[in-house]
Design a protein around this ligand. Sequence first.
Ligand code: ZN
Length: 392
Amino acid sequence: MTTKLFYEDPYRTQFETTVLKQEEDKQGLYAVLQETAFYPTGGGQPHDTGTLSGVKVTDVEEVDGEIRHYIEEPLQGDTVEGSVDWERRFDHMQQHSGQHIVSAVFHDTFNLPTTSFHLGKETVTIDLDAEELSDEVLQQAEDKVQEIIMKGLPIEPEWMSVEKAGDYPLRKPLSVEGDVRLVIIPEVDYSGCGGTHPASTSEVLAVKFLGWTKNKKQVRLEFVCGHRVLKELGAKHQVLGDVKRLVSRPEPEVADEIEQLLTAGKEKEKRIRDLEEKLLTYEARELAAEALGGQVIQHVFENRPMKDLQALGKAIVEQKRDSYVILVSEQDEQLQFILAHGQELDRNMNEVAKEVMPLIDGKGGGKPDFVQGGGRNVIDAVTFADHVKNAL
Ligand SMILES: [Zn+2]
């Protein structure tokens, strides 16, 4: 069995050792070593990465009791020099210890046990057996967590028998037999845990809660620890900086300013809609004025949306109750049209449409006095409108 150097010294990143074997499984080529400082995926903590004599280690997994280092190419020679990516490992150590402290605080201060833990690429989440978390509880918990971090308490992993572990105030009963590894933060936390941790809570640096969501009758709390707090602050600062440039207001006023801008924008949109409607009425009046009583009002547009044709058609037949209206719009490869007539006339425009639609491979229909449709512009809009007129 491989000696786990990451338990002897979690700060160790360089080591020299013998290659026991190199084989391939479903995941790819892997090496098993006499000793390793590479932490394999487990207990919620992601695996380490790094190199073995310059060959990249992309994944480390414990399979059937052996630690498999998945490598990009075969290793040369019987011994290798291992090098663990410290930035990634230490980040995991900060997140993992931070999680222990956060879980301990929610349990001890608010009687909320943690039911699961996920150490993600960007953030950490824990599920708490709670309906919700008030701002007050969050603030109190965050303060308490920071207090523990600042105290610089030792974080001491210790192997012991399950019986001896039972003497400690464990939150979760241990589900293993034989020896167990307890990670102890005196008077704060006693957890059965196989992860890597820094020597002191002060190395966790800081914990910042980012928010919570409901998750299957529980609460999922998201947070970051250690350097991720600075990274998060940097990212947020960048976004806020961009926003501030746009609204040129001091930070505390930014949200109010944006709200005012949005409200003003909505009011403007409404005014524009009202004006457009008015404009359509005038346009309809103009079109109606062109026709004498009982005549056909026909007009061809370019790139006019269907809702404009509908509104115009409606407005014209209201003004000219004894006229037919043919409005056609040409856009891209399409023709769209409306056919309508005023109340004083009695003709089923569906029949007219049925007759002319084959000319443009069209589809459409509607009420006897108001039909809409569209098709391809295989003939031009004016010709199509003339065909409609002849069909009337
Ligand atoms: Zn743990």
